[in-house]
Design a protein around this ligand. Structure first.
Ligand SMILES: *Cc1c(COP(=O)(O)O)cnc(C)c1O
Length: 240
């Protein structure tokens, strides 16, 4: 969690390698504690506010999944890294007018939270002749403005994604409420994830857990953790 960022590429590479080893150890320990196979938890590196050169270094260290939360930043970064074999995840609140751009590089959109966005993404994916995997973002904080659908609306959104050409339903995603014990929230998410899986057995993804709470998320069944700070260092600006 130390906000160090070296400008010398070799030093930066060593820094990222050490951070990555530490995060992998945390994931392994959390899996051991939960009786889970570490191979069942995918690490997604959240690279927002960090340069494409860091994405390149992470790719060299074996990471293949990267996430961004703003299209203005993600689109050029994905273009700069187009030669790398990466899957880009979009994890931020997404306006429908950005769907076309996001669908051109993102393999996964984790923040689908309303029917209009499903339609916009389906149209964009179709136009680009791509398949975009979508997760329903679930609100766990009763409208505190961090995005996400009300849990009651999740099944119909999941159905809409599954029925849309160009989209594939991957599962669910959530961000824990700020300043509260994340555990009950992740347990709630796990129940929503199970409900979705009953109708859509292929929707196996539960994306939950960040630098501060990945252990709780893994204990509750997360299949994907989204880690920024613990891998890359502190962000100077608040970008959430
Ligand atoms: C920034 C961000 C993360 C990573 O958060 P850290 O605390 O830096 O690990 C995860 N998920 C989303 C949706 C984010 O915006």
């Amino acid at each position: 969690m130390t906000p160090t960022t070296s400008s010398d590429p070799a030093a930066r590479r060593a820094e990222l390698a050490a951070n990555l080893a530490e995060v992998r150890e945390r994931i392994a320990a959390a899996c051991a504690a939960a009786g889970r196979d570490p191979g069942d938890v995918t690490l997604v590196a959240v690279t927002k506010t960090f340069p494409a050169s860091d994405v390149r270094l992470l790719a060299g260290l074996g990471l293949a999944q990267v996430a961004e939360n703003r299209d203005q930043e993600a689109a050029p970064k994905a273009a700069e890294c187009a030669d790398l074999d990466l899957t880009w995840h979009f994890v931020g609140q997404l306006q429908t007018n950005k769907a076309k751009s996001v669908a051109s590089y993102a393999g996964v959109v984790q923040s689908v939270d309303r029917p209009r966005l499903v339609r916009a993404l389906a149209q964009a994916a179709g136009a680009a002749d791509r398949t975009v995997r979508c997760l329903v973002q679930v609100s766990l904080d009763e409208g505190e403005g961090r995005g996400g659908a009300d849990p009651a609306d999740v099944p119909s959104l999941a159905d809409a994604i599954a029925a849309a050409d160009g989209l594939e339903l991957g599962g669910v995603m959530a961000v824990a409420p700020l300043g509260a014990d994340p555990r009950p929230a992740f347990e709630r998410l796990a129940r929503v994830a199970n409900e979705v899986r009953l109708s859509h057995p292929g929707a196996t993804i539960m994306s939950a857990g960040m630098s501060g709470d990945l252990e709780s998320a893994i204990a509750c069944g997360a299949t994907h953790v989204r880690v920024g700070t613990a891998l890359l260092g502190g962000r100077s600006a608040i970008v959430r």
